[in-house]
Design a protein around this ligand. Structure first.
Ligand SMILES: [Zn+2]
Ligand SMILES: [Zn+2]
Length: 191
């Protein structure tokens, strides 16, 4: 990717006429200095273009946030319960393969509910929903381990084993959340 192209004649930032620059806005091609350039997934843009761009893509309405939050929280809670079931009766490492699928599923279902409404805050809401949705399950799964530890019963190895449900919950969240986020927000720049 060539973000910087050296132009033979000196160009100056359109906001700061005193600053010589070789950077150009990807969208309107106006020369911009380093402090005016905003990094976007498609290259550098001037502040005006970024603002316009965001207005076009910020189509979320207030209840979209509620929809995204509750959908992702409920689905993430279910996925967290599934994580406990899978890691305790089948095989813990299964979750490494299943968590990305869970993340993709959560993103797709949530996306369907809010149609094409988009905004950066909506993406954040999805992440918050997923974490908060899984949190009660995570805390509950840590309870037996905590009781063992507080009761002084069992050895160190025993406590580590009894905390393993918590670790799998964290593995699920660490894999599924970024996956869901990229799926949910990545569609922004797709035609
Ligand atoms: Zn521009
Ligand atoms: Zn400038």
């Amino acid at each position: 990717m060539t973000d910087t192209e050296i132009t033979p004649t000196a160009t100056y930032c359109y906001v700061h006429p005193g600053r010589e620059t070789s950077l150009r806005c990807k969208r309107c091609e106006k020369p911009i200095c380093a402090s005016c350039a905003q990094r976007t997934p498609t290259g550098y843009m001037c502040k005006d273009c970024v603002n316009q761009h965001q207005k076009i893509f910020d189509t979320a309405v207030w209840y979209d946030y509620l929809t995204v939050f509750f959908t992702s929280a409920i689905l993430s809670g279910l996925a967290a319960v599934a994580t406990i079931i899978i890691t305790s009766i089948i095989w813990g490492f299964f979750i490494i393969g299943l968590a990305p699928l869970a993340g993709t599923m959560i993103a797709n279902v949530t996306r369907r509910f809010v149609k094409n409404h988009r905004s950066p805050m909506l993406n954040t809401t999805l992440v918050v929903g997923m974490i908060l949705g899984a949190l009660p399950v995570l805390l509950l799964s840590g309870l037996p381990g905590l009781l063992t530890l507080l009761g002084g019963g069992g050895n160190v190895m025993g406590s580590v084993v009894s905390f393993s449900p918590v670790l799998w919950q964290i593995v699920y969240l660490v894999i599924a959340t970024p996956m869901a986020y990229s799926q949910f927000s990545g569609l922004v720049f797709r035609r």
